[in-house]
Design a protein around this ligand. Sequence first.
Ligand SMILES: [Zn+2]
Ligand SMILES: [Zn+2]
Length: 272
Amino acid sequence: MTLDLWLEAHSYLRPLADLSAQVDHAAAGIEVFDARIPDWEDYRADFLTGVPLLPSTAAAVDLEPGGRMAGALLERLASATSGKLAAETRALDTELRRERWSSRRIADFLLGDHTLRPPSPGLLRYLAWTATARFLRPVVNAFNSWRDEERWLRRYCPTCGSLPAMAQLVGVDPGRKRLLSCGCCGTRWRYRRIGCLFCESADDHRLSALAIEGEKYLRIDYCPSCGAYLKTYDGEGSEIFFLADWTSLHLDVIACDRGLKRLAASLYTLPI
Ligand SMILES: [Zn+2]
Ligand SMILES: [Zn+2]
């Protein structure tokens, strides 16, 4: 699937595609700081009890350079773009410059510190995760190699602790697996194949799958018990595209029209 073909068939996604392209272009121009790979043995006990990597004091991953990269991305967008994005990033940039230790504050904000109250908090989360995910990429890759998926199988991201944005089905039956995909840090991890991750009442009921006309690779899995849904990419090879969340925002509209609830984490606000 190419983006151009996708946008031809889903022209209403164009404003989001433009925003995403602007941000990705600016992010590609900022310096990527080196991230220290944690000593996995220090982290093992926390991992086994369900503490995600970034909040783990034993793993001691320093997210501050990611916050610095987020600051650099904001500065770049504030000066290089025009229109609403430029105005909002300029307001954020100005506000954050008033903070002492602003890059540390941004990093803490991403991990759930609510004492930072920026204008456009949703935009800051989106931009700061975009930059921080770049910083974290080597750590996430090393973590993927080290992690025993059988020992996690939790509904939240093993790296940052967020709920997933989407799911993906990989492999063929009987060995078909369900992965969950973090919209923040980009980690994908294994979860059990059946059952709802939101109500976790789980094992005894199946999710219902809602096929979407014209969408071969995407469907909506929803839970008849709690009414929550999770968009699912049923395929392999185009993860960056199909798991980007914004590329399937029309599925959120369909789910919402059917009275289903989005409990999945999102860096995008539904434009309805
Ligand atoms: Zn994550
Ligand atoms: Zn449920």
